[in-house]
Design a protein around this ligand. Structure first.
Ligand code: IMP
Length: 440
């Protein structure tokens, strides 16, 4: 039925990761691959993510669906969708997202096609408020977070004071854990001049959410290990992108989870095993929030790219910063995540633009590098290669040889400078707007 993702068909586990700073179009690729998958698993992040699917109107009303926490396989009735232990879950948001999906006519059956790890940590109102406060305190050094409480929730997990999803169904333990946490948070909020937490209200809200989610709250790690033993096909859905990875990204301008493939093991409870890793990257580059972005365009071309690509955050609505494709950063992320092949998305957006890509960075001391530095990324000067652009509308092209020569040359330049094969090109948001290349 689908054009073959040849390697995906021979390897039972496939991991899809964003290559730069998120928003690469992972939702569409997951949706595409989920048609042929048994399990779709989120392994990190929370409702800071926004995965957009453009579906046939018969599937979900007006066709466009934005998912924040529920895995993108949910529109395929045969898949089991798993929110893994590495995810931080806002239970109230999750209940709202489930309600939204049901309202759109999508069958969400907790315990059958949606499972939530009992070990996943909970995002509380306290975390959202702490996130907002921390950003205010950082002032000009702010990270530009999504304000969803992600960092504080992961911090509490590391500090071993967090609540886990399984606690939502254990009222005594929940009340005790909530009181202990509120004591700490209220000390902080008090010194910051903020209102204390209303523990009783939070308890009631969390119990209600827990009761609703209960049929789906299980040991997802055990379920996934069993599924693997039975030879089921598992698709791991990365959130954000490798350059937002807490350890390998552009620290401190990162998220607080492990967005590269490393997080796929710890965030699911599956032991390391061979898997196919598909890296998703746009034909240009975008970033939301603060932090270094070597190929960023601060001019009319950047504005034109934003307009052409409708580059506004699907979670916060913020305008995305836009720039040229960065082969240095893509090569680095590809290596960190062990990417087997790239999916190049939003290629149709490049119509009428020059095709430019950074091939190396000039450092302040005058030397040139093809490595991504851990420090001083904001001071590098990208060395840009320019290729002639294309003016044709490529959104209806379905065969790689049907692309204009200049477009094919750009893909070849990307492959040359990143060392990664572009196995698929996406030429529009729709499910069918995909060009799958034959393996070499
Ligand atoms: P946080 O994840 O809300 O803590 O935000 C940390 C950084 O990651 C900020 O720059 C956010 O804009 C960015 N970020 C978080 N989630 C996403 C995403 O799904 N797409 C793009 N950027 C994201």
């Amino acid at each position: 039925m689908l054009p073959p993702f040849s390697a995906a068909r021979t390897m039972p586990t496939t991991c899809v990761v964003g290559i730069l700073w998120g928003d690469e179009g992972k939702g569409k690729v997951i949706d595409y691959l989920a048609a042929d998958t048994d399990y779709v698993v989120r392994f990190g992040g929370g409702h800071n993510a926004g995965h957009t699917l453009v579906l046939p109107p018969s599937v979900a009303g007006d066709g466009k669906l934005v998912l924040h926490l529920v895995p993108s396989g949910i529109v395929h009735q045969h898949t089991v969708n798993v929110i893994g232990n590495g995810v931080v879950v806002d239970p109230i948001h999750l209940c709202e997202e489930v309600a939204m999906l049901r309202q759109r006519g999508i069958d969400v059956d907790l315990g059958r096609n949606l499972l939530v790890s009992e070990r996943a940590h909970v995002i509380l109102e306290a975390h959202r408020r702490q996130d907002e406060w921390a950003e205010r305190v950082r002032g000009t050094g702010r990270i530009g977070t999504t304000g969803r409480g992600i960092g504080p929730a992961y911090s509490d997990r590391c500090a071993r004071v967090g609540l886990r999803v399984g606690d939502l169904c254990r009222p005594d333990a929940l009340r005790a854990a909530l009181s202990a946490l509120a004591e700490q948070k209220n000390a902080l909020f008090g010194s910051a001049g903020l209102d204390p937490l209303d523990c009783d209200r939070m308890f009631e809200e969390l119990c209600a959410a827990g009761a609703e989610l209960k049929p789906g709250i299980v040991d997802t790690g055990g379920a996934l290990r069993k599924a693997r033993r039975e030879g089921k096909r598992i698709l791991l859905e990365g959130a954000q992108g490798c350059l937002l990875d807490l350890e390998h990204g552009t620290y401190p301008f990162v998220t607080s989870s492990h967005a590269s493939t490393g997080g796929a093991y710890s965030g699911t409870g599956m032991p390391p095993h061979e898997m196919l890793t598909i890296g998703i990257v746009k034909a240009y580059a975008t970033r939301v929030g603060e932090g270094p972005f070597p190929t960023e365009l601060h001019d009319d071309t950047g504005d034109a790219l934003r307009k052409a690509g409708n580059e506004y955050g699907s979670t916060t609505g913020r305008p995305r910063r836009c720039g040229w494709f960065d082969a240095v950063a893509v090569r680095y992320s590809g290596a960190v995540s062990g990417v087997d092949e790239l999916v190049l998305t939003c290629f149709d957006v490049m119509r009428g633009f020059p095709l430019r890509l950074a091939t190396s960075y000039k450092l302040p001391d005058g030397s040139v590098t093809t490595d991504l530095p851990a420090f001083g990324l904001g001071s590098v000067e990208p060395q840009i290669e320019e290729l002639p652009g294309f003016d044709d509308d490529i959104s209806d092209v379905r065969d790689f040889d049907g692309l204009p020569q200049n477009a094919r040359d750009y893909v070849a330049a990307i492959e040359r400078h990143t060392g990664l094969r572009v196995g698929t090109v996406s030429v529009g948001p729709g499910r069918d707007q995909v060009i799958r290349r034959d393996p070499n």
